[in-house]
Design a protein around this ligand. Structure first.
Ligand code: ZN
Length: 503
């Protein structure tokens, strides 16, 4: 296949040169920020925040430089191949967003977020929403202003949402989340009413973090994490960071909840596999970059939920588990499978939620942040609306704001529009996995044997290797031959939990 750099117009090559610098700079920011969360001694912060904000400023300068504007201008009527057009589409989208927002406003948002983060930490510590409220108000205002600069004709929430998912439109997102709410609430109620008794092999025991780490490493070996291009560390919040040459994951260990850390390791592995599967020869161009948050989250959820929370997976790993943890000597694959799929609607915390109720946590946040950005909801109303919705969707009411509207970090960063991508990604994971099951002979049996090669190949072929070549809806079409839909997720949820809970 011809390289998109061959015979390209001069302007195209200049644009790519600049983008290569931007990618390198972004990668350096990524490593500094990984270090900050994983390795850096606490005292390093004052210098590190200056380093990071300097690089952000440089990044903005490179993105909005004349060479970018002029090249894009010149390429507007150029005769480009499909690949070249995709590259230009992606760079132009980033350029427009960077160029339309005044630097002052970007800096004010960044400054306010730093202050808001501190206020949020304090508010959360003391269960005092009032401490955080003025910062949240300010961030809502600034983000509305930010959206208006980008496009003052459209719903500002739709514009903000595009920072995280640029190509699935807000109507589609809203329709999917509406379906999840409509169909999962009754399912969760049925589960609550069921007297099925799921196994709880982990209950009442504690589990040595070193043994947990050894188990995580065994699992990562078996599912095919490339240690020459990756590493596993611990951090407060598990995350994945890197590119096709070096993608690192983190996890955390709780002595009481070893399954949490195992599942979160498998989740981050899914993110890492995606990054590591991006085409190496395209590093520095949009064709070598991930297709944003929905697709990224589809990869992590596919491994976490469809592989890691399957009975087949535990057929393969229950023996390893029994070896590492003597207290689990009698646990069968079915026992662990049941434990990994317990539904507990009385849980208040999103990051601890099960696979089903998780989405109600997202729907609630989506509805609240939409209200905040549109102005229909006032910041002062957030705690009560939050609690009311928890009661309506999950039948449980938080007693404190720390366990309610103060639990997540996202709004203190001003990240309005981020949350929906978690659910949209889960929905896509189900669609992709259903197609992988159709295409791969006996995928379930392969998982039970620890043979993941066919799945790796399927994901690489259908998703990873494309980078940003396609928009999200195009990529879904390309991978599955059909449009993005929540059908597969809802079928999967009803059949899996129907069987587990005798519905
Ligand atoms: Zn994730």
């Amino acid at each position: 296949m011809a390289d998109h750099r061959d015979d390209a117009p001069e302007a195209y090559r200049e644009l790519l040169d600049q983008y290569e610098r931007l990618t390198a700079l972004g990668g350096a920011q990524g490593v500094l920020s990984w270090d900050q969360q994983v390795m850096m001694p606490e005292g390093g912060n004052p210098a590190r925040s200056k380093q990071l904000s300097t690089l952000s400023g440089l990044n903005h300068d490179l993105m909005t430089a004349d060479v970018v504007a002029d090249s894009l201008d010149e390429l507007e009527d150029a005769d480009l191949t499909d690949e070249q057009a995709a590259v230009v589409r992606e760079i132009e989208r980033q350029y427009v967003r960077a160029e339309r927002v005044p630097r002052d406003l970007v800096e004010e948002i960044s400054q306010t977020s730093s202050e808001a983060l501190q206020a949020w930490e304090e508010a959360r510590e003391n269960d005092d929403f009032e401490t955080f409220a003025p910062y949240l108000e300010k961030l809502v205002e600034l983000k509305r202003e930010y959206a208006e600069h980008i496009d003052d004709e459209r719903d500002p929430y739709a514009v903000l949402f595009e920072d995280y998912e640029p190509y699935i439109d807000l109507e589609t997102a809203e329709r999917v989340l509406g379906r999840l709410r409509g169909e999962l609430v009754p399912l969760i109620e049925e589960i609550q009413a069921s007297d099925a008794d799921l196994a709880t092999p982990f209950e009442g025991e504690t589990f040595d973090p070193d043994a947990q780490e050894a188990f995580s490493r065994d699992v990562l070996d078996a599912v095919g994490y490339d240690w020459d291009r990756g590493r596993l560390d611990t951090s407060t919040h598990p995350f994945t960071s890197g590119n096709q040459f070096d993608t690192r994951i983190t996890t955390r260990f709780s002595e009481e909840e070893p399954l949490d850390s195992m599942m979160s390791t498998v989740h981050e592995f899914g993110h890492a596999l995606y990054n590591l599967g991006l085409p190496r020869e395209e590093y520095g161009t949009p064709l070598g970059e991930d297709r944003d948050l929905t697709v990224h989250e589809s990869q992590s959820r596919l491994w976490e939920n469809h592989v890691g929370r399957s009975q087949a997976f535990w057929e393969r790993f229950a023996p390893t588990l029994r070896e590492q943890f003597p207290s689990l000597a009698d646990a069968t694959a079915r026992d662990v499978y049941e434990a990994a799929n317990q539904v507990y609607p009385d849980n208040l915390i999103r990051v601890e939620a099960d696979e089903l109720t998780y989405h109600m946590h997202i729907v609630l946040r989506f509805e609240i942040e939409r209200g905040l950005i549109s102005g229909d909801l006032d910041v002062s109303e957030v705690p009560e609306v939050w609690d009311d919705k928890m009661e309506e969707y999950l039948g449980v009411r938080p007693e404190t704001d720390t366990e309610g509207c103060l639990q997540d970090i996202h709004w203190s960063h001003g990240n309005f529009g981020y949350f929906p991508t978690y659910s949209l990604g889960s929905v896509l994971a189900a669609q992709l996995y259903a197609h992988a099951e159709r295409d791969i002979d006996d995928l379930d049996a392969k998982v039970a044997e620890g043979d993941f090669d066919a799945l790796h190949e399927w994901l690489s072929e259908r998703v990873h290797r494309h980078g940003c070549r396609y928009t999200t809806p195009e990529l879904v079409e390309e991978a599955t031959g059909e449009a993005y839909t929540a059908d597969y997720f809802l079928d999967y949820a009803k059949s899996k939990f129907g069987e587990l809970y005798d519905l």
